[in-house]
Design a protein around this ligand. Structure first.
Ligand code: MG
Length: 399
C-alpha cells in the first residue's frame, strides 16, 4: 500500500448527461445553485481536497470543446451517451501512476471532504469502497409485471444501504469494471460492475446531505440550502472580539456608550470605547465580514471623536445585509478602577438599543485584573465579547 504522501488519487466526475429529467433547456449539471453551476461545486470539492492528485471531468461534447474557466484545474474529456460510457472515457485519461480512482456523480454537489477521505481510505484498505447511508424507512419489495403495487417481501432494513458517490477503487479494479461495461454489462453504478467482476465492495459512511439532484424537487431543496450561505447549512454563527486602550488623564472613560466617572479615560481616535469596539469586532467576525480596522479606519475623519455606538449600529447593518441578526452578546470589561458593577445596567441598555435587540440579549460583566499587568496597574482598560448571530428569517444570506 502506498503511503499517503506518494499516493496518487484520481477523481473522475461524470457530467456527460443532458439531465432531461429536470425538464430544463440547460443540462442539469450547469444549472446554478447559490450562484454556481452544480458541476463547478462538485468539481471543486475534489480540486480542493488535499489527497486528490488529479481531477478528470467528462462533460457533454459541446462543453468539452470550449470548457468554462472554472474547469481549468481539471482535465476535461467528452462524455458518452450513458453515464457508464462517460466514466469509461474518463478512465482512459487516468494517469498510469494513479493508485486509487474515485468516480463521482456531478449531480452530487454537496459531497464533503470527509466523504472523499473515507472513500479513499476504504479503497486503500479493501480495494473497492463506496459511501452509503442506512435507510430509516421500512423497505418493501413489490411484484413484477402487472402487480407492482403488491408487496411480496418486507426487506430487513438493517441490511439495506443507499449508495452514494464518490465510489473508490484501486485503478485495476475499476479497469475491470469499465471493461465489463464495455462488453455490454449494464449497471447504475461502478460498484455494481466491480461486484459483477467478483470484487468485494465495502461500505464507508456516507452523509444524508450528499444528495443527488435528479428531480425538480431535489433542485428546489438544494437551492434552499445554497441560497442560505454558500452551501453551508449553518443556522447560527459565533464571533469573538477583544479591545484594549490606554488610560490617561484628561480623557473621558466611556464604556458601552456610558460615561463612567473616573480620573482617567481611554486614549484613542474615537471615544476609545473598548466595550463597543470588542462587540463590533465580534459581530463582524461572526458575520465573516472583516474587522473594525477595515470598516472604520483611524484615518477616516468620520469616526474621529464619534460615539462608538455608531460603529455598533454600522456593524449590525453590515451583517444584516448578509442575512444575519444578533441573537445575544456577552461582554467582559476588565478595569482595575473604578468599579464597573454600578454601571452595568446602563451599559447593557445602551448596547441593546444600538444592537436593536431585547435587553435580555445583552450581558455585561466586569472584572479587575487583580493588580497584574498593565490593566492591573490601571494603565489600560480592556474588553472581551462574544456574539451569536442567527439567520434573518426574512432574507437569505448572500456571503
Ligand atoms: Mg479600540
Amino acid at each position: 500500500m502506498a503511503d499517503s504522501s506518494s499516493l496518487h488519487v484520481t477523481a473522475i466526475v461524470a457530467a456527460g448527461g443532458s439531465g432531461r429529467r429536470l425538464g430544463s433547456a440547460v443540462p442539469k449539471q450547469l444549472l446554478e445553485l447559490g450562484g454556481q453551476p452544480i458541476l463547478r461545486r462538485s468539481v471543486e470539492a475534489f480540486l480542493r481536497h488535499p489527497r486528490v492528485t488529479e481531477v478528470i471531468v467528462a462533460v457533454p461534447a459541446a462543453l468539452a470543446e470550449s470548457p468554462p474557466d472554472w474547469l481549468q484545474g481539471a482535465r476535461v474529456v467528452p462524455g458518452g451517451p450513458t453515464r457508464q460510457a462517460s466514466v469509461a472515457n474518463g478512465f482512459e485519461a487516468v494517469s498510469e501512476r494513479s493508485d486509487i480512482v474515485l468516480v463521482h456523480d456531478a449531480a452530487r454537489p454537496f459531497v464533503t471532504a470527509g466523504i472523499i477521505s473515507r472513500a479513499i481510505d476504504g479503497a486503500l484498505a479493501h480495494g473497492a469502497a463506496i459511501p452509503a447511508v442506512p435507510v430509516s424507512d421500512t423497505v418493501k419489495r413489490v411484484a413484477d409485471g402487472n402487480s407492482t403495487h403488491v408487496i411480496v417481501e418486507t426487506l430487513p432494513r438493517e441490511r439495506i444501504y443507499l449508495a452514494q458517490t464518490p465510489q473508490a477503487f484501486r485503478r485495476a479494479i475499476l479497469g475491470e469494471a469499465v471493461a465489463l461495461g464495455r462488453r455490454g454489462v449494464e449497471a447504475t453504478d461502478e460498484a455494481a460492475l466491480a461486484e459483477h467482476a467478483g470484487h468485494r465492495v465495502h461500505i464507508v459512511n456516507g452523509e444524508p446531505s450528499n444528495v443527488k439532484i435528479t428531480t425538480a424537487a431535489d433542485l428546489e431543496s438544494a437551492r434552499a440550502r445554497t441560497d442560505r450561505a454558500d452551501g453551508s447549512t449553518a443556522t447560527a454563527r459565533i464571533g469573538v472580539g477583544y479591545d484594549l486602550h490606554r488610560l490617561v488623564e484628561g480623557r473621558l472613560l466611556i464604556l458601552g456608550g456610558v460615561t463612567v466617572p473616573s480620573d482617567r479615560g481611554a486614549l484613542g481616535h474615537s471615544d476609545a470605547d473598548v466595550v463597543c469596539h470588542a462587540v463590533t469586532d465580534a459581530i463582524l467576525g461572526a458575520g465573516r465580514a472583516g474587522d473594525i480596522g477595515q470598516h472604520f479606519p483611524d484615518t477616516d475623519a468620520r469616526w474621529k471623536d464619534a460615539s462608538s455606538l455608531a460603529l455598533l449600529r454600522a456593524a449590525v447593518a453590515i451583517v444584516s445585509a448578509r442575512g444575519w441578526i444578533v441573537e445575544n452578546v456577552d461582554v467582559v470589561g476588565v478595569l482595575e478602577r473604578p468599579r464597573l458593577a454600578p454601571f452595568r445596567p446602563a451599559i447593557e441598555e445602551q448596547l441593546a438599543r444600538a444592537l436593536e435587540v431585547a435587553d435580555e440579549a445583552v450581558s455585561v460583566k466586569a472584572k479587575t485584573n487583580e493588580g497584574v499587568d498593565a490593566v492591573g496597574r490601571g494603565e489600560a482598560v480592556a474588553a472581551h465579547a462574544v456574539v451569536l448571530l442567527s439567520r434573518r428569517p426574512d432574507r437569505p444570506t448572500t456571503d
